[in-house]
Design a protein around this ligand. Structure first.
Ligand SMILES: Cc1cc2nc3c(=O)[nH]c(=O)nc-3n(C[C@H](O)[C@H](O)[C@H](O)COP(=O)(O)OP(=O)(O)OC[C@H]3O[C@@H](n4cnc5c(N)ncnc54)[C@H](O)[C@@H]3O)c2cc1C
Length: 512
């Protein structure tokens, strides 16, 4: 009953990451992996900013970081800068790393809150190496001793997604993955089990497999079109439903962070890569037309446009079951939450990890699927709440969209978290979920949601000692930044692309 054949439908970031993850783990087993993709359909063509966890994915594959940086025109990413979210004119960085360091086992932000209540004006940001380095346009790899200030941070990448897919394809083909060009036009379902038996390709032939991974993007060819799994629509909470995207020439120094600027009916991203800057405007079509959204985007670019503006349509939410029968949906086929915190590629990674841990036999036990769905549902819920925080922890009420968020009913899970924070700066830790307390602290304080109290244990130390300790952390963070190279120089010596890579042609619009 062991699985002998896996078919991955789709060769975007999700398809090739899945093929890489599975082929790495199963290369010495008697399991064939075939990936089907259609050049005629193409990929979604966005998805350039990541979270630090991708490094663990690449490391597990044995990928050399320099080669990866070169081949994907990647830059380093220390966090995301949010402009105009709390109030017009405000900005803050959500860093990949802790603020300061715990003192006597108590999280650092409680000591900062104590100082704040005693009239001290230091920014919480002043105790964060990744924020100070990002502001100075600098980067260095964290050292081995992660307890040292200047090493206690994470970092991610900003890369060209089409080049990442190509890079992984080479890796997969070395591991024996078979790549088939073709468009799936039909699916054969076994009547006795309801399992997908095979997919039929337009250019002829059926591909049979024991397990199918649906990486077909928003179409959800297997999970939805074939199995009719259903979709949990979260537009009520995250109503932005369209995006326009366009690359432009970069200008100025390459910044080691992504920028997300709030707009009247959505927000705009800026992702600096080695060879260009990626830009996009995510918006709610209820309050802005496609033309106006595109105009707002193209009129605020830093350099000449390098390709046609691409229009994208989506509905935030997730499939009712990400694993149904013998089909596992990974990537956009499984669900989509707007890319405000660069979470989609991370959710792909979570899906691959969970699948490897729960890898079934050919009967695909319902219990394995249930556990997979429970884990992935939690991951999606946590991301949804964190994204929603950005829209609701705000003083903005200058447009219809911002007024909508002021009057909405929040999910219970987010209400609980907000109440604990407001009372005493406490952040309950979730069983599952990518964003740890420092990320919540970043957005809440960055958007002016300052708690009324703090952990009483922060009062156990004399105020002068707190001042001395926090000043030391601040100076150590500043010193570490002084010693770091500029991000541009660091990339030049570490992983600069040897030539400017050609841009990929715009693909046709995708529909959910
Ligand atoms: C506006 C926007 C911005 C985003 N920004 C980010 C970001 O900054 N960070 C991040 O982590 N994520 C981001 N994402 C999400 C990210 O783009 C995706 O998670 C990622 O690209 C994976 O997409 P995919 O592989 O699931 O789908 P796709 O890229 O759409 O790939 C689908 C594949 O399936 C194939 N296919 C489809 N139908 C068939 C068929 N019938 N037969 C054969 N093959 C078929 C296609 O040819 C293609 O190869 C963003 C998404 C959007 C919409």
């Amino acid at each position: 009953m062991t699985i002998k054949k896996i078919c991955i439908l789709g060769g975007g970031t999700a398809g090739w990451m899945t093929a890489a993850g599975l082929s790495n783990k199963y290369k010495n087993l008697d399991i064939e992996i075939e990936l089907v993709e259609s050049d005629q359909i193409g990929t979604v063509g966005v998805g350039e900013a990541t979270l630090p966890h991708i490094r663990f994915f690449n490391n597990a594959l044995g990928i050399d970081e320099r080669e990866f940086m070169r081949e994907t025109c990647a830059t380093f990413k220390l966090g995301i800068e949010f402009c105009d979210w709390g109030r017009l004119g405000d900005s803050y960085i959500h860093p990949f790393g802790d603020y300061g360091e715990p003192i006597n086992g108590v999280d650092f932000h409680h000591f900062w809150l104590r100082l704040l209540q005693n009239g001290h004006k230091n920014r919480l940001d002043d105790y964060s190496y990744p924020i100070l380095a990002a502001e100075a346009g600098k980067f260095q790899h964290p050292g081995q001793d992660t307890s040292v200030i200047g090493s206690n941070f994470g970092y991610a990448y900003q890369f060209d997604s089409s080049l990442y897919a190509k890079f992984l394809r080479k890796y997969c083909e070395k591991n024996g993955v078979i790549r088939t060009e073709g468009k799936a036009i039909d699916t054969i379902i076994a009547p006795e089990t309801g399992f997908v038996k095979s997919v039929t390709l337009e250019n002829g032939g059926d591909i049979e497999a024991d397990l199918f991974i649906d990486c077909s993007g928003f179409r959800g060819v297997l999970i939805e079109q074939a199995l009719k799994t259903g979709y949990d629509d979260w537009s009520e909470w995250l109503p932005c439903n369209r995006a326009v995207a366009v690359p432009c020439e970069a200008s100025g120094p390459g910044l080691p962070y992504t920028r997300a600027t709030a707009r009247e009916a959505g927000w705009q991203w800026r992702i600096p890569l080695q060879h260009r800057t990626g830009n996009g405007h995510v918006y709610w079509n209820e309050y802005i037309s496609d033309d106006e959204a595109a105009h707002q985007l193209t009129s605020t670019l830093e350099g000449p446009i390098l390709a046609d503006v691409k229009q994208l349509y989506f509905k935030t939410g997730k499939r009712r079951k990400l694993w149904n029968k013998n089909v596992v949906a990974i990537g956009l086929s499984g669900g989509f939450l707007e890319p405000l915190e660069s979470t989609s590629i991370h959710l792909i990674q979570e899906g691959i990890t969970a699948l490897i841990e729960l890898f079934p036999d050919a009967r695909c036990a319902v219990s394995d699927a249930d556990e997979y769905n429970r884990r992935m549902d939690l991951n999606f819920d946590r991301v949804r709440d964190f994204l929603l925080l950005h829209y609701t922890a705000t003083q903005r009420d200058d447009s219809e969209m911002w007024r909508y968020f002021r009057n909405m009913t929040l999910p219970e899970s987010l209400i609980e978290k907000l109440e604990a924070w407001k009372a005493r700066g406490y952040l309950p830790r979730y069983e599952q979920g990518v964003f740890l307390p420092p990320s919540w602290v970043a957005v809440m304080t960055g958007q002016n949601l300052i708690p009324n109290g703090f952990d009483v244990r922060a009062n156990a130390m004399p105020l002068d000692d707190v001042l001395a300790r926090t000043d030391h952390i601040k100076r150590a963070s500043q010193d570490a930044v002084k010693q770091s190279a500029s991000h541009d120089d660091y990339i030049k010596t570490f992983g600069a692309a040897t030539s400017i890579m050609p841009l990929t042609a715009p693909t046709t619009p995708q529909f959910s």
